[in-house]
Design a protein around this ligand. Structure first.
Ligand SMILES: Cc1cc2nc3c(=O)[nH]c(=O)nc-3n(C[C@H](O)[C@H](O)[C@H](O)COP(=O)(O)OP(=O)(O)OC[C@H]3O[C@@H](n4cnc5c(N)ncnc54)[C@H](O)[C@@H]3O)c2cc1C
Length: 410
């Protein structure tokens, strides 16, 4: 029987597998993707904050990422765009957080999803202590003495003491565990694209809050940006179907004064915005991790960073259990995992939801609050520091694996 079976080799599952295998857990990683399929190029970009970067260092993934392919994130700006494009009301940067960890002066790094997944796939392929089953599709599981028995679609059965569902927003593991979801459809979709800018972005992520929703540019290498434009459902999809010339004309007509002139650089996409939180993160011998446990509003790029915090906590608990000769899938271990992660996951998900509700409407009662929130952050250095440290994951209470130089999670 394995110590740990992980379903899903996306960013969360691959990182969990690498750290746990390196810490001596007998680990098997199952994924539906064929091995010869390269990571798919799409419009997805991750803001990987400092703590997440350290976790990837622990998993020996960052050494495989060429620094020329990633963009330092130097600061975050927000502008209330309900009356044109005024001066940005909030600006915080690495100067607001204590230095440390040899990261230079960055809040984190912008990484294209394909770059990260390619590095993870290579690290997983070379990790000889890790058993991989790919392509293989999880179907179901049932309890057995001291663990679970996992049925794959190809007829294969594996047994493990702990089953980690890292299988994304529609998580078959979550369904098999009988865990429902809460959430809401926003009635909005996100239009996403990478663009080349005609002015330097200086590594600053910029968000413009308009009554219909935010428009955000996240800095990429070579003065490119990943843009996310929140629109009513249907409008983003319709824009994504138009020609490149028509899309560029629309973007520049609406936002050139805010972002500079934009030229499309790669494919465009549109996807519906959804808040979804699993009703529980655990069931008997099962832990949900990453998007399987929470899909949040991508407003401040915190979705994957939350998933990485899940990974760090679960990896630490399971590693310590095995090191002490304990059962990593025991109920008390899983309850510890839930206790350490549930509050942060839910609070962050609801926080992003609240910001979206506050800024994305014309409600006259909420308008003064908007100014108050942005203005206060601008004036109070400690509040700016708190925002920056949340964004950069350097605050105290973080799992050891997210702190500089900790490979074992101590
Ligand atoms: C269109 C789109 C755009 C996005 N853009 C951004 C963005 O710009 N920035 C950002 O931070 N986040 C973005 N997100 C969210 C981000 O992609 C997720 O937060 C992140 O991918 C979650 O990682 P994960 O490892 O938890 O799950 P996933 O990346 O979803 O990985 C799940 C893995 O499970 C595997 N799997 C699923 N079912 C099975 C099964 N039955 N058996 C075996 N394996 C299975 C899949 O093959 C996959 O490899 C976007 C999401 C979408 C859908």
């Amino acid at each position: 029987m394995h110590d740990l079976a992980i379903i899903g080799a996306g960013p969360a599952g691959s990182t969990l597998a690498l750290v746990c295998a390196a810490n001596g857990l007998d680990t098997v990683l199952v994924d539906a993707r064929p091995t010869d399929l390269p990571a798919r190029a799409d419009t997805r970009n991750y803001a990987v904050v400092r703590g997440s970067w350290h976790l990837l260092e622990s998993a020996v993934v960052t050494a495989r990422i060429d620094r020329a392919d990633i963009q330092p994130l130097n600061g975050l700006e927000a502008t209330d765009g309900s009356h044109g494009f005024g001066a940005p009301s909030v600006l915080f940067s690495a100067a607001d957080i204590p230095p440390g960890g040899g990261d230079g002066n960055t809040l984190g790094w912008m990484i294209e999803a394909e770059t990260l997944q390619t590095a993870l796939d290579a690290a997983v392929a070379e990790e000889t202590r890790l058993k991989r089953l790919r392509p293989a599709l999880f179907e179901n599981y049932e309890p057995v003495e001291g663990g679970v028995s996992i049925a794959l679609q190809n007829g294969r059965v594996i047994e493990a003491r702990l089953l980690a569902g890292c299988d994304g927003v529609n998580s078959p593991v979550r369904t098999a565990a009988g865990i429902g979801v809460e959430g809401r459809e926003y009635g909005k979709s996100v239009f996403a694209a990478n663009v080349a800018l005609d002015r330097p972005h200086d590594g600053i992520a910029r968000q413009l809050f308009t009554p219909e929703g935010p428009f955000a540019t996240l800095p990429l290498t070579g003065d490119r940006a990943n843009l996310a434009w929140y629109m009513k459902s249907g409008a983003a999809e319709a824009l994504a179907r138009r020609t490149a010339e028509e899309i560029e004309a629309e973007l520049n007509h609406r936002f050139a004064d805010f972002a500079g002139r934009m030229r499309l650089d790669g494919p465009v996409s549109a996807y519906p915005l959804r808040l979804q939180i699993a009703r529980d993160m655990i069931a008997g011998r099962v832990a949900l991790v990453g998007d399987a446990a929470h899909r949040i509003n991508p407003l401040a790029g915190q979705g994957l960073n939350l998933g990485f915090k899940d990974v760090a906590v679960l990896a630490e608990l399971a590693s310590q259990a095995v090191r002490c000769g304990l059962d990593p899938g025991a109920a008390n271990q899983l309850e510890d995992y839930r206790r350490k992660r549930r509050f942060d996951d839910t609070l962050t998900a609801l926080g992003m939801d609240a910001i979206d509700r506050l800024y994305s409407n014309e409600n006259p009662v909420l308008k003064p609050l908007r100014g108050l929130a942005l203005g206060a952050a601008d004036r109070l250095p400690w509040l700016r520091g708190a925002l920056a440290s949340q964004a950069s994951a350097t605050r105290s209470g973080l799992p050891g694996l997210m702190k500089p130089g900790d490979r074992a999670g101590n």
